[in-house]
Design a protein around this ligand. Structure first.
Ligand SMILES: C[S@@+](CC[C@H](N)C(=O)[O-])C[C@H]1O[C@@H](n2cnc3c(N)ncnc32)[C@H](O)[C@@H]1O
Length: 239
């Protein structure tokens, strides 16, 4: 356990919200699309984005501090990482937008504790009432899983075998494990299974079996326990 023992350490904790806010602002403004690998004056970037030049200068300086923008002469340029990974709708841009959505919800934590009620409606409800946001969330999870999935595909507990992927979302892990040699059974809610079906349409028949079920009302999901070698439960117990 890290024990806080000085006021400055606490202040460092307190300002932890700033880097995510800077990333969110840059993403929302389309700044990562406007930056190139060649330095451009801030006025030029501000014109392109139709934003206030002086405040954009501060945002770019903050991104420089975070190691995402380089400065040379009077100009700002994307670093190779920023240029390659942070443009609109890139995997990491989707993750930035997902975290920005949750950051807002976290600001209501005191109310959650006081009332005992969640800030966000349950996932099953949001699948119907906020289908665009929930779809974006699933695509961001897909992007994240593509970063972490290759390590899973090397686990002898998961490959080869018949593996249950509980709350498997769009099937990113299921795809990777199937490609590594396992037979997968992906269980998720019906709306998500529909999305997973098209997401996995290119896989050979039978490599990923799709099961539409609510695991809280149907814990066994019609699957014989003995018929699977292991179950993967990732980022699933969230409501
Ligand atoms: C945060 S996503 C995780 C997706 C994937 N496992 C991953 O780690 O990237 C949680 C998934 O659990 C599913 N889920 C939530 N409640 C469920 C339930 N009651 N029954 C089945 N799936 C559920 C959601 O639809 C969603 O696809």
């Amino acid at each position: 356990m890290n024990v806080i023992s000085s006021p400055l350490e606490l202040v460092q904790l307190l300002v932890g919200y700033q880097p995510p806010a800077v990333l969110r602002a840059a993403s929302q403004l389309g700044l990562f699309d406007a930056l190139t690998d060649q330095p451009q004056p801030v006025s030029e970037i501000a014109n392109q984005l139709a934003v206030d030049s002086s405040n954009l200068n501060t945002l770019l300086a903050a991104l420089h501090q975070l190691g995402l923008v380089s400065i040379s002469g009077d100009g700002f340029a994307a670093t190779p990482f920023t240029f390659g990974h942070l443009r609109s709708n890139s995997d990491l841009d989707m993750v930035i937008k997902k975290e920005a959505f949750f950051a807002e919800a976290w600001l209501g934590l005191d109310e959650v504790i006081r009332s005992g009620r969640p800030i966000l409606a349950p996932w099953k409800e949001r699948l119907h009432t906020q289908s665009d946001q929930t779809k974006e969330f699933l695509y961001a999870l897909d992007a994240l899983a593509r970063f972490t999935g290759p390590a899973l595909a090397e686990l002898p507990e998961l490959v080869p075998g018949r593996i249950l992927d509980v709350g498997g979302g769009l099937g990113t892990y299921a795809r990777m494990l199937a490609e590594a040699g396992s037979t997968m059974v992906l269980v998720d809610l019906p709306e998500v299974i529909d999305l997973a079906r098209s997401h996995l349409a290119d896989l050979p028949n039978g490599t990923v079996e799709l099961v539409a079920a609510d695991i809280f009302s149907e814990p066994a999901c019609g699957i014989e326990t003995e018929s699977v070698d292991a179950a993967l439960v990732s980022h699933m117990l969230h409501d």
